[in-house]
Design a protein around this ligand. Structure first.
Ligand SMILES: [Zn+2]
Length: 232
Protein backbone atom coordinates (compact mmCIF):
# COMPACT_ATOMS: atom_id res chain seq x y z
CA UNK A 1 0.00 0.00 0.00
CA UNK A 2 2.76 2.44 0.94
CA UNK A 3 4.39 1.72 -2.42
CA UNK A 4 1.13 2.66 -4.15
CA UNK A 5 0.84 5.89 -2.14
CA UNK A 6 4.43 6.74 -2.97
CA UNK A 7 3.83 6.08 -6.67
CA UNK A 8 0.69 8.23 -6.59
CA UNK A 9 2.57 11.04 -4.86
CA UNK A 10 5.40 10.85 -7.41
CA UNK A 11 2.86 10.95 -10.26
CA UNK A 12 1.11 13.98 -8.73
CA UNK A 13 4.46 15.73 -8.36
CA UNK A 14 5.22 15.00 -11.99
CA UNK A 15 1.89 16.45 -13.15
CA UNK A 16 1.82 19.34 -10.69
CA UNK A 17 5.41 19.95 -9.60
CA UNK A 18 5.81 21.59 -6.20
CA UNK A 19 8.33 24.41 -6.44
CA UNK A 20 10.80 25.81 -3.95
CA UNK A 21 9.44 29.10 -2.61
CA UNK A 22 12.91 30.65 -2.70
CA UNK A 23 14.52 29.57 -6.01
CA UNK A 24 11.57 28.19 -7.98
CA UNK A 25 13.22 24.78 -8.71
CA UNK A 26 11.16 21.58 -8.35
CA UNK A 27 11.01 20.15 -4.85
CA UNK A 28 11.83 16.48 -4.34
CA UNK A 29 10.38 14.04 -1.83
CA UNK A 30 11.13 15.06 1.75
CA UNK A 31 11.45 18.77 0.92
CA UNK A 32 8.54 20.82 2.27
CA UNK A 33 8.43 24.44 1.10
CA UNK A 34 12.09 25.32 0.57
CA UNK A 35 14.61 23.07 -1.22
CA UNK A 36 17.57 21.66 0.73
CA UNK A 37 20.04 23.69 -1.31
CA UNK A 38 18.28 26.96 -0.43
CA UNK A 39 17.91 25.92 3.20
CA UNK A 40 21.68 25.48 3.26
CA UNK A 41 22.63 28.55 1.21
CA UNK A 42 20.21 31.25 2.42
CA UNK A 43 21.97 34.37 3.80
CA UNK A 44 21.67 33.66 7.53
CA UNK A 45 22.63 36.53 9.83
CA UNK A 46 23.48 34.50 12.97
CA UNK A 47 22.13 37.52 14.89
CA UNK A 48 20.81 35.16 17.58
CA UNK A 49 24.44 34.67 18.64
CA UNK A 50 25.22 38.40 19.03
CA UNK A 51 23.26 40.61 21.45
CA UNK A 52 24.40 43.87 19.81
CA UNK A 53 23.48 42.88 16.25
CA UNK A 54 22.21 45.36 13.63
CA UNK A 55 18.55 44.51 14.19
CA UNK A 56 18.94 45.20 17.93
CA UNK A 57 20.77 48.45 17.24
CA UNK A 58 17.93 49.57 14.97
CA UNK A 59 15.72 49.83 18.10
CA UNK A 60 18.27 51.28 20.52
CA UNK A 61 16.95 54.43 22.21
CA UNK A 62 13.44 53.77 20.91
CA UNK A 63 12.24 50.59 22.56
CA UNK A 64 13.65 48.69 25.52
CA UNK A 65 14.30 45.10 24.39
CA UNK A 66 15.77 42.10 26.17
CA UNK A 67 16.87 40.30 22.97
CA UNK A 68 16.40 41.00 19.26
CA UNK A 69 17.15 38.80 16.24
CA UNK A 70 16.36 38.57 12.52
CA UNK A 71 17.24 35.31 10.78
CA UNK A 72 17.98 36.35 7.18
CA UNK A 73 19.41 39.31 5.27
CA UNK A 74 16.80 40.76 2.91
CA UNK A 75 17.97 42.22 -0.40
CA UNK A 76 15.89 43.34 -3.37
CA UNK A 77 15.59 40.67 -6.05
CA UNK A 78 17.02 37.97 -3.77
CA UNK A 79 15.66 34.55 -2.85
CA UNK A 80 14.74 35.98 0.55
CA UNK A 81 12.56 38.63 -1.10
CA UNK A 82 10.93 35.89 -3.16
CA UNK A 83 10.29 33.87 0.01
CA UNK A 84 8.72 36.78 1.86
CA UNK A 85 6.57 37.67 -1.14
CA UNK A 86 5.28 34.09 -1.44
CA UNK A 87 4.52 34.08 2.26
CA UNK A 88 2.52 37.29 2.04
CA UNK A 89 0.65 37.00 -1.23
CA UNK A 90 0.46 33.35 -2.22
CA UNK A 91 -1.38 31.83 0.70
CA UNK A 92 1.73 29.92 1.76
CA UNK A 93 0.77 29.41 5.39
CA UNK A 94 2.87 26.25 5.67
CA UNK A 95 5.89 28.21 4.48
CA UNK A 96 5.32 30.63 7.38
CA UNK A 97 5.22 27.71 9.78
CA UNK A 98 8.47 26.27 8.38
CA UNK A 99 10.22 29.68 8.54
CA UNK A 100 8.97 30.03 12.12
CA UNK A 101 10.45 26.63 13.00
CA UNK A 102 13.81 27.70 11.51
CA UNK A 103 13.73 30.86 13.65
CA UNK A 104 12.65 28.82 16.70
CA UNK A 105 15.59 26.42 16.33
CA UNK A 106 17.95 29.40 16.48
CA UNK A 107 16.19 30.98 19.46
CA UNK A 108 16.70 27.74 21.37
CA UNK A 109 20.48 28.19 21.01
CA UNK A 110 20.38 31.74 22.38
CA UNK A 111 20.34 32.44 26.14
CA UNK A 112 18.53 35.77 25.57
CA UNK A 113 15.43 33.91 24.42
CA UNK A 114 15.57 31.08 26.98
CA UNK A 115 12.71 32.21 29.22
CA UNK A 116 10.06 33.36 26.74
CA UNK A 117 6.57 32.96 28.25
CA UNK A 118 4.39 33.78 25.29
CA UNK A 119 4.63 34.61 21.56
CA UNK A 120 2.64 37.49 20.04
CA UNK A 121 2.50 38.18 16.28
CA UNK A 122 2.34 41.72 14.88
CA UNK A 123 -1.35 42.00 13.99
CA UNK A 124 -2.92 43.01 10.70
CA UNK A 125 -5.96 45.21 10.50
CA UNK A 126 -9.06 42.94 10.40
CA UNK A 127 -10.02 43.95 6.88
CA UNK A 128 -6.57 43.21 5.50
CA UNK A 129 -6.46 39.85 7.28
CA UNK A 130 -9.85 38.98 5.81
CA UNK A 131 -8.69 39.90 2.31
CA UNK A 132 -5.46 37.92 2.62
CA UNK A 133 -7.13 35.07 4.47
CA UNK A 134 -4.44 34.88 7.15
CA UNK A 135 -1.83 36.87 9.05
CA UNK A 136 1.63 35.77 7.87
CA UNK A 137 3.21 36.80 11.19
CA UNK A 138 0.81 34.49 13.03
CA UNK A 139 2.04 31.55 10.89
CA UNK A 140 5.65 32.40 11.79
CA UNK A 141 4.68 32.79 15.47
CA UNK A 142 3.04 29.33 15.40
CA UNK A 143 6.26 27.75 14.12
CA UNK A 144 8.37 29.50 16.76
CA UNK A 145 5.96 28.66 19.61
CA UNK A 146 5.94 25.00 18.58
CA UNK A 147 9.76 24.92 18.87
CA UNK A 148 9.87 26.76 22.19
CA UNK A 149 6.88 24.85 23.57
CA UNK A 150 4.98 27.99 24.56
CA UNK A 151 1.62 29.47 23.52
CA UNK A 152 0.79 32.04 20.84
CA UNK A 153 -1.61 34.80 21.87
CA UNK A 154 -2.95 36.33 18.67
CA UNK A 155 -5.91 38.27 20.07
CA UNK A 156 -4.20 40.28 22.81
CA UNK A 157 -2.50 42.83 20.55
CA UNK A 158 -4.85 44.11 17.85
CA UNK A 159 -4.82 46.75 15.12
CA UNK A 160 -8.32 48.27 15.24
CA UNK A 161 -7.57 51.14 12.86
CA UNK A 162 -6.29 50.84 9.31
CA UNK A 163 -3.16 52.95 8.95
CA UNK A 164 -3.59 53.34 5.19
CA UNK A 165 -0.71 53.45 2.76
CA UNK A 166 2.50 54.18 4.66
CA UNK A 167 4.60 54.90 1.62
CA UNK A 168 3.22 58.33 0.79
CA UNK A 169 3.64 59.75 4.29
CA UNK A 170 6.77 61.29 5.73
CA UNK A 171 8.69 59.49 8.46
CA UNK A 172 7.23 61.57 11.30
CA UNK A 173 3.56 61.36 10.27
CA UNK A 174 4.06 57.67 9.58
CA UNK A 175 5.23 57.23 13.14
CA UNK A 176 2.42 59.37 14.58
CA UNK A 177 -0.05 57.36 12.56
CA UNK A 178 1.36 54.05 13.80
CA UNK A 179 1.71 55.04 17.45
CA UNK A 180 -2.00 54.83 18.14
CA UNK A 181 -2.75 52.01 15.69
CA UNK A 182 -2.25 49.12 18.13
CA UNK A 183 -4.29 48.26 21.22
CA UNK A 184 -4.29 45.67 23.98
CA UNK A 185 -7.49 43.69 24.55
CA UNK A 186 -6.51 41.52 27.52
CA UNK A 187 -3.60 42.96 29.46
CA UNK A 188 -3.95 40.49 32.32
CA UNK A 189 -2.86 37.54 30.15
CA UNK A 190 0.57 39.11 29.50
CA UNK A 191 1.19 40.99 32.75
CA UNK A 192 4.69 40.26 34.17
CA UNK A 193 5.48 37.97 31.20
CA UNK A 194 8.49 37.79 28.91
CA UNK A 195 6.82 38.44 25.55
CA UNK A 196 8.34 37.52 22.18
CA UNK A 197 6.98 39.84 19.47
CA UNK A 198 7.16 38.33 15.96
CA UNK A 199 7.01 39.85 12.47
CA UNK A 200 8.03 38.79 8.95
CA UNK A 201 10.44 41.60 7.99
CA UNK A 202 12.11 44.30 10.08
CA UNK A 203 12.82 47.49 8.14
CA UNK A 204 12.79 50.80 10.06
CA UNK A 205 11.41 49.04 13.14
CA UNK A 206 8.56 51.57 13.41
CA UNK A 207 5.82 48.91 13.53
CA UNK A 208 7.71 46.82 16.11
CA UNK A 209 8.31 49.96 18.18
CA UNK A 210 4.60 50.89 18.17
CA UNK A 211 3.58 47.31 19.06
CA UNK A 212 6.23 47.09 21.79
CA UNK A 213 5.15 50.35 23.41
CA UNK A 214 1.54 49.10 23.45
CA UNK A 215 2.67 45.83 25.09
CA UNK A 216 4.55 47.73 27.82
CA UNK A 217 1.35 49.59 28.74
CA UNK A 218 -0.08 46.18 29.71
CA UNK A 219 2.69 45.69 32.29
CA UNK A 220 4.79 43.02 30.59
CA UNK A 221 8.07 42.16 32.31
CA UNK A 222 10.39 41.84 29.28
CA UNK A 223 10.08 42.26 25.53
CA UNK A 224 12.10 40.36 22.94
CA UNK A 225 11.75 40.47 19.17
CA UNK A 226 12.28 37.95 16.36
CA UNK A 227 11.71 38.45 12.64
CA UNK A 228 12.44 36.21 9.67
CA UNK A 229 14.26 38.87 7.65
CA UNK A 230 16.12 42.14 8.16
CA UNK A 231 16.60 45.00 5.73
CA UNK A 232 18.13 48.41 6.30
ZN1 LIG B 1 15.38 26.48 -3.58
Amino acid sequence: MTVLIRLATDLLNLLFPRLCNACGQSLVRGEKNICLRCLHDLPYTDYHLYADNRAAKQLWGRLSCHAVMSMLYFKKGSRVQHLMHRLKYNGQMKLGLELGQLVGERLKQSPGFSDIDVVIPVPLHKRRERLRGYNQSKCIADGIAECLDVHVLSNVLIKPFATGSQTRKGRFSRYENLKSAFQITDGFSIKNKHVLLVDDVMTTGATLEACGLALYTAGIDKLSIATVAFTD
